[in-house]
Design a protein around this ligand. Structure first.
Ligand code: NZQ
Ligand code: ZN
Length: 388
């Protein structure tokens, strides 16, 4: 196991109707003038926004609202949010929504305390400070409610880029699984795919003797494999929604990533897809992950065989571990199809002729992406081709 630091200070408030305590927690964490940030309207329609506003008002907390975050959130609204925060002396941002809303809130929080362009952080500038951000989560997926990351698409060139830093971890996150019952099945499935991907990016590692994080990872994967179909079959199944909600958080707050090298090349390849075609992040991952697995599995066939046996229940073929490894990848693809996810470019609306564009915007040049196998532009091209 590698040496590591782990700082995960978010206070979690989990369970039914807990959003009504938002005001109490904003006050406890020092907020007096709040920017409430939300998306395209789901929280208006289902009354959540009104309940949150009432809760803040009950504590005497004033607020300004900024809605309109789109999936794959854009820089334009971030600039608008930064202007509002500076003009109105906002001291706290409350994100009410999914990963896109939370990531946009984190970007605004960074930009408000910085004199330059917030995009500098997404081009590699180190994150040191940000306004406090809290979340009321409405979809189990990205894990941004507990993570140090944010992903934004810049409208100038539609570049989708990530940045990270502990200053961006939410101070508190309210997780009420009931809020996810109104999700369309497609979004529930995208969320399940994303949490599995967050675990798998960490699972496929070159670091040895990481039994604790291997076993935690396998537990999360098995949970999602068991619970996602139940949530899809019955939207109001509270228990499966609750298990998925906590799984999404632990899949990405780095509990499973500490002490081991993580890969992240499938995420990078997906970000180029959602940057170019504006596809849902989970759907893009469902397409890229099996292609990546097939391309790199010979690097450590026994790790892929372990994934097949422990996660998918495949029988180990000691004479032919490659067969076991391939069986695991096949099980992953079958599961994706069963929950309504695409596994090929054509199902996403992506085109083979755009592969050179996807590779170019990644901007690798002579560098590499990933750590399990360090991929060059030529490798990335071949993986996109496998996904066609
Ligand atoms: O905008 P509204 O109207 O709220 O609708 C949203 C949106 O259309 C809808 N939705 C959310 N909760 C709902 C609901 N509809 C009905 N009922 C509810 N309860 O679902 C749609 C998708 O929402 P979005 O926030 O985009 O989903 P998700 O949480 O999957 O976030 C995706 C974004 O997170 C980034 C992705 O790249 C993508 O941009 N990621 C962020 C990470 C991080 N910060 O750590 C890590 C991830 O790997 C990921 O890259
Ligand atoms: Zn993701």
């Amino acid at each position: 196991m590698n040496n590591f630091n782990f700082y995960s200070p978010t206070f979690f408030v989990f369970g039914k109707e807990r959003e009504n305590e938002a005001g109490k927690y904003v006050k406890r964490f020092g907020g007096s003038k709040v920017l409430i940030h939300f998306g395209g309207g789901s929280v208006v329609k289902n009354g959540l926004l009104d309940r949150v506003k009432k809760s803040l008002a009950n504590e005497g907390i004033t607020f300004v609202e900024l809605g309109g975050v789109v999936p794959n959130p854009r820089s334009g609204l971030v600039y608008e949010g930064i202007d509002i925060c500076k003009r109105e002396n906002i001291d706290f941002i409350l994100a009410v929504g999914g990963g896109s809303v939370i990531d946009s809130a984190k970007a605004i929080a960074l930009g408000t305390l910085y004199d330059g362009d917030f995009w500098d952080f997404y081009l590699g500038k180190q994150v040191e400070k940000a306004l406090p951000v809290a979340t009321i989560l409405t979809i189990s997926a990205a894990g941004s409610e507990g993570s140090s990351g944010s992903v934004i698409t810049h409208e100038n060139g539609m570049l989708k880029r990530a940045c990270g830093g502990d200053a961006m971890r939410p101070v508190f996150s309210i997780l009420n699984p009931e809020l996810t019952c109104s999700l369309p099945n497609f979004q529930t499935a995208c969320g399940a795919t994303d949490m599995m991907a967050h675990v798998m990016e960490r699972y496929f590692t070159n670091t040895k003797n990481v039994e604790i994080s291997d076993r935690l990872s396998e537990g999360i994967l098995l949970t999602v494999i068991n619970e996602a179909p139940k949530a899809l079959a019955d939207k109001n199944d509270y228990e499966s929604r609750a298990n998925l909600m906590w799984a999404g958080m632990v899949a990405h707050n780095d509990t499973c990533g500490v002490g081991r090298d993580s890969d992240w090349s499938s995420h990078q390849m997906e970000h180029e897809l959602s940057g170019l075609y504006d596809v849902a992040h989970g759907a893009g991952l469902a397409v890229m992950f099996p292609a990546w697995m097939k391309y790199v599995m010979h690097h450590d066939i026994m790790r892929f065989a372990q994934f097949a046996v422990r996660v998918w229940g495949c029988e180990m073929d000691f004479q032919n571990p490659e067969k076991t490894a391939l069986h695991g990848i096949e099980c992953y693809e079958k599961f994706m199809t069963s929950i309504g996810m695409p596994i090929r470019f054509s199902e996403l609306g992506a085109k083979a002729e755009d592969i050179p564009i996807l590779v170019k915007t990644m901007g690798l040049g002579k560098g590499t992406v990933g750590s399990f196998v360090k991929l060059t532009e030529e490798d990335v091209t071949k993986i996109y081709e496998l996904a066609v």
